[in-house]
Design a protein around this ligand. Structure first.
Ligand SMILES: Nc1ncnc2c1ncn2[C@@H]1O[C@H](COP(=O)(O)OP(=O)(O)O)[C@@H](O)[C@H]1O
Ligand SMILES: O=C(O)[C@H](O)[C@@H](O)[C@H](O)[C@H](O)COP(=O)(O)O
Length: 225
């Protein structure tokens, strides 16, 4: 059965697992999944395939298209992958629906490069991973969750399900709905701030981002428990 949610954007640098985790999360929620790569104009994909990073101007139509998809997805829920590397890119997506909630999959550069290099049939070369980290502005004081991307995908999805805000009713006012309330959750048993009865501790390294909190997560190495 479909589990209606706020629009969820799975964000982070290339190779962090946006597609892998996003698809699994959408499946668990029973909501549609949209892949950000499908929204790139062909010129963007060709540029990246040549090993040239995209500029803000290159990303503008891509973000607008993803925003348009978010704006039409409020009724049935949506999980969309989008690197959304800079805060102002995320602002574009929040403008589409102010309830938009971000899952930042945090990964170290070596692991991301290894994953991208190991991927076959994908236009993104590993040489672009450095530029992705240069552009990255981590999710901070924004509605969402920061999770260690080297945890198993199923564990990451469980952490999301544990922390996802209840959706405001889908309505014509959805675009002006308030953002979820600011709450922190524990990180590997350590208390990083307030917790409420609705937030169960999770064994996955997570941080719930919110407008009044700072994130300071330390990503774990691939394969660590
Ligand atoms: N949590 C994870 N643990 C181990 N490997 C992963 C994980 N998430 C993704 N991968 C692998 O890393 C590679 C990149 O994942 P992908 O989902 O394509 O990332 P992105 O969409 O962010 O570029 C793929 O080979 C995928 O199988
Ligand atoms: O903004 C960008 O520079 C690109 O959109 C980039 O962030 C994205 O990562 C590529 O589309 C590769 O796709 P993957 O993230 O799936 O590797």
């Amino acid at each position: 059965m479909a589990h209606p949610t706020v629009p969820i954007v799975v964000m982070g640098v290339a190779g962090c697992g946006k597609t892998t985790v996003g698809k699994l999360l959408a499946e668990r929620l029973g909501v549609p999944y949209a892949e950000a790569d499908a929204f790139h104009p062909p010129a963007n994909r060709e540029k990246m395939a040549r090993g040239t990073p995209l500029t803000d101007d290159d990303r503008r139509p891509w973000l607008a298209a993803i925003g348009a998809r978010i704006a039409t997805g409020t009724e049935h829920g949506l999980v969309v992958s989008c690197s959304a590397l800079k805060r102002r890119y995320r602002d574009v997506l929040r403008q589409a629906d102010s309830r938009t909630w971000f899952l930042h999959l945090v990964i170290d550069q070596a692991s991301a490069a290894r994953r991208v290099a190991g991927r076959v049939d994908h236009f993104m070369p590993a040489s672009l991973v450095t530029s992705q980290f240069e552009a990255l502005e981590p999710l901070e004081a924004e509605a969402g969750l920061t999770v260690d991307a080297t945890r198993p995908p199923a564990e990451i999805v469980t952490a999301v399900l544990d922390n996802l805000p209840a959706p405001a009713p889908a309505s014509p006012n959805a675009r002006t709905a308030r953002s979820p309330r600011a709450v922190d959750v524990s990180v590997r048993g350590e208390q990083y701030g307030r917790r409420t009865a609705t937030n169960r501790p999770s064994s996955t390294a997570v941080r719930r981002n919110a407008p009044s909190t700072q994130s300071s997560g330390v990503p774990q190495q691939e394969g660590t428990p």
